[in-house]
Design a protein around this ligand. Structure first.
Ligand code: ADP
Ligand code: ASP
Ligand code: MG
Length: 416
């Protein structure tokens, strides 16, 4: 017997028929003698619609009325609970506040602070299936708080940690984590295993298959996460050569036997670029530029500062999420004289493509290979950043797909 948390994403619960299919997946695990808790997302598209309605009602609104955006999960958790009851599986729905799943005060992007697992555990040991609304909890103001888009992955991993589950199964519309987004590169291969650290980089660099915080949480609490498809027929699960169901285990690095130099390619089209021209070249200038942005919680990513030719001025280029660009421009322009720059240029058609792999730590020349391959395809690189296990390049959005495909094939990731 194992204790399992099963999470189903938006496409898996998109209508009542699919919810019945999900119920059959849950029944299979219960019939096998497991203790099961389920976390669900809203029906696909539902959260977008709720966000659109709140914006229509008032473009700038108080985030503490998060209850609207959280309501999609209330519907699916209730529907799944009754679909389970209908096939003889005792089940009950729970909203975040009923558990309670406590968050901080950052409505709309709240972080989970604690989960009381006791009610869930006692339901499970009594043979019931708690069906939990993902993406939501209760803030210090005793109001519903949502966890940021894609947040039900984080709910699931956090619940798994709180009830001390043996595994957290993430059921989605693909049968695992691929070497890159399989919707962009049909040659992408499913990975049997990926290390927490690599998955964290993949997710933060644009692979939206798992919310970044869910991977962080899994890494910290050592939750074994298995990503698999909900579209397999519940009673005819496809399995690999080892007899295990098809999917990807996100696990500790030590559990990965065959490590490749490069594990995957991620991309993010959500990048804007700001260049400050002829900035006074003196100590403290970087702090003067980036300090006010940090205070406004704007996450700056790649930074390039050119060597001053005349010893007096320099250019500083950096990237940030497109959504924060207007605010950043306003902040910097307000401090123009204080910082001491001559002009501010912005560009939005930027895309960041990243190569990720823990094997890079011990292999030289991985970056050079990427630069050469991109050069051969005529892709110009605007900025570069690297860490121990990743290389990111900033390029024109028009070349995004070409760059992803090129790098995918250059590192031997294409399926045979
Ligand atoms: P859910 O609604 O189940 O949470 P998401 O849409 O959030 O599903 O995530 C699944 C999607 O993530 C896939 O359909 C796929 O297009 C995308 N994706 C991006 N990068 C990857 C990757 N490396 N491996 C698998 N899927 C990926
Ligand atoms: N329904 C929420 C969203 O669309 C949470 C999730 O699907 O994980 O962002
Ligand atoms: Mg998701």
């Amino acid at each position: 017997m194992s204790r399992i948390v099963m999470k189903f994403g938006g496409t898996s619960v998109a209508n009542v028929e699919r919810i019945r299919n999900v119920a059959a997946h849950v029944k299979r695990e219960v019939d096998a003698g497991n203790e099961v808790a389920v976390v669900v997302s809203a029906m696909s598209g539902a959260t977008n619609q709720l966000v659109a309605w709140t914006k229509e009602a008032s473009a700038i609104h108080d985030a503490r009325d998060d209850a609207i955006v959280a309501s999609g999960e209330q519907v699916t958790s209730g529907l799944l609970a009754i679909a389970l009851q209908a096939i003889g599986v005792p089940a009950r729905s729970f909203q975040g506040w009923q558990i309670p799943l406590r968050t901080d005060a950052a409505h709309g992007a709240a972080r989970i602070e604690s989960i009381d697992g006791s009610a869930l555990i006692s339901r499970m040991t009594d043979g019931q299936v708690p069906v939990i609304a993902g993406f939501q909890g209760i803030g210090p103001d005793e109001r519903i708080a949502t966890l940021g888009r894609g947040g039900s992955d984080t709910s699931a991993v956090a619940v798994a940690a709180a009830v001390n589950a043996d595994r957290c199964d993430i059921y989605t519309d693909v049968d695992g984590i691929y070497t890159t987004d399989p919707r962009i590169v049909p040659q992408a291969r499913r990975l049997d295993r990926i290390a927490f650290e690599e998955m964290l980089e993949m997710a933060s660099l644009g692979a939206k298959v798992m919310q970044v915080r869910s991977v962080e949480m899994a890494m910290v609490h050592k939750v074994r996460v298995f990503v698999r498809s909900s579209f397999d027929a519940p009673d005819a699960i496809q399995s690999g050569p080892d007899g295990e169901p098809l999917g990807t285990l996100i696990c500790d690095e030590d559990e990965i036997v065959e490590s490749q130099v490069v594990t995957g390619i991620a991309y993010s089209k959500d990048e804007a670029q700001i260049t400050l021209r002829r900035v006074a070249d003196r100590p403290g200038v970087a702090a003067g530029v980036f300090g006010p942005l940090a205070e406004a919680s704007i996450n700056v990513d790649m930074i390039v500062q050119t060597i001053s030719e005349d010893g007096k001025t320099t250019d500083i280029t950096f990237t940030l999420p497109t959504a924060d660009q207007a605010r950043a421009v306003e902040i910097l322009n307000a401090k123009k004289t204080e910082i001491g720059f001559e002009a501010l240029n912005t560009e939005t058609d930027a895309c960041k493509v990243s190569v990720i792999g823990i094997g890079m730590r011990s292999h030289a020349g991985v970056a050079a290979q990427a630069f050469e391959a991109l050069a051969k395809r005529g892709v110009n690189i605007r900025a570069i950043t690297t860490s121990e296990i990743k290389i990111s390049v900033l390029i024109d959005t028009a070349f995004a797909e070409l760059a992803v495909r090129t790098l995918h094939s250059v590192y031997g990731l294409d399926k045979a």
